[in-house]
Design a protein around this ligand. Structure first.
Ligand code: ATP
Ligand code: MG
Length: 302
């Protein structure tokens, strides 16, 4: 079954778990209640007479943890990750794209516990009206909708975690009630998540308490990827300076000050800030419900 890529399981220690996620306390609780609990304590769902199985769509700025949270959910469940990408689906089988989709869903159902990871969901659940000249894309959409609706008992084990930066490009039928159990905005890391990240990962940072506070003030609405990228640039800037001075590069002499970190942050545009700004400038109707969540966040980002 060549369309399915597997990242596999806990044995390899490849998958992150919730411990690796900074912040997002409420989201973790939501996933615990709606995705993990039915597998850990099935009697609770039986008692409440609700079906297990869960389909979640994350939307938000790049680099804020949509894919990472999906992988960590699989990590918590010690599940297999079945990745669903546009190139796998279309590239390998343009003549029979719906077959590729149904194979993938069957595979995920049969290899319990599995999490279907659908990144770039807007390219798989493509808006039919806007892309009339892409009949194969429409066939993919219809087959995915069909699979999401599948009310056989096999869907009880189906965990689908989809992500997108452009939910307004998704076909409205996919967003209608019942297709996804939850549609969730993933905001940039809040102040305490940024602090956790800096303390855990920036080993060569030499920030005093007040400098750390200043950095936290000046990094509101940056993504984890932006913050980590800035740190990496600050480190390589120093290696670059050593080389430019004719010195032998020496990692022992590398330390990141608050100023050098902020300089490295500012020399690169933040993909998350750009996304937030552009999103709130959208005025089309489809985008409205997504835009309102982002605007709500921007009223008081922490
Ligand atoms: N909340 C978080 N806690 C810990 N690490 C995170 C968090 N969010 C993101 N990361 C780190 O940043 C990297 C990028 O995050 P991720 O790939 O999940 O972004 P994304 O939201 O899926 O972005 P894109 O829209 O570009 O796909 C991850 O591999 C992870 O290392
Ligand atoms: Mg992603």
């Amino acid at each position: 079954m060549h369309i399915v890529k597997e990242y596999t399981t806990f044995k390899d220690k490849e998958l992150p778990t919730f411990e690796d996620i900074y912040g997002m306390k409420d989201l973790k609780a939501l996933i615990k209640a709606s995705v993990l609990l039915p597998f850990q304590k099935p009697e609770i769902y039986e008692d409440l007479k609700i079906e297990p199985g869960c389909k979640i769509l994350f939307f938000g700025a790049p680099g804020c943890g949509k894919t990472f949270t999906s992988l960590a959910t699989a990590g918590e469940m010690k599940a297999r990750v079945v990745q669903f990408t546009p190139s796998d689906t279309w590239g390998s089988s343009r003549t029979e794209p719906e077959k590729a989709v149904s194979n993938l869903f069957s595979y995920a159902r049969q290899t319990f516990p599995s999490v279907i990871l659908m990144d770039e969901a807007e390219s798989l659940l493509i808006n039919r009206d806007k892309y009339k000249d892409a009949p194969w894309a429409q066939r993919v959409l219809l087959e995915v909708l069909n699979q999401l609706d599948d009310s056989t008992s096999e869907n009880e084990t189906l965990i689908l975690m989809a992500s997108t930066n452009a939910p307004w490009l998704i076909d409205p039928a996919a967003l209608r009630h019942g297709r996804f159990d939850r549609i969730i905005f993933i905001p940039p890391p809040d102040r305490s998540a940024r602090e956790q990240l800096i303390k855990a990962q920036f080993e060569r940072a030499e920030f005093g308490d007040s400098e750390l506070e200043r950095i936290l003030d000046e990094t509101v609405s940056l993504s984890v990827a932006d913050l980590v990228g800035g740190y990496k640039r600050a480190l390589t800037n120093q290696l670059q300076a050593q080389i430019a001075n004719g010195e032998e590069p020496d990692s022992a002499k590398v330390a990141v000050s608050a100023d050098s970190y902020m300089e490295a942050i500012k020399t690169y545009p933040s993909s998350a800030s750009d996304w937030l700004k552009n999103t709130t400038q959208r005025i089309d109707e489809v985008a409205e419900e997504f835009v309102s969540k982002v605007s709500e966040y921007l009223k008081n980002p922490t």
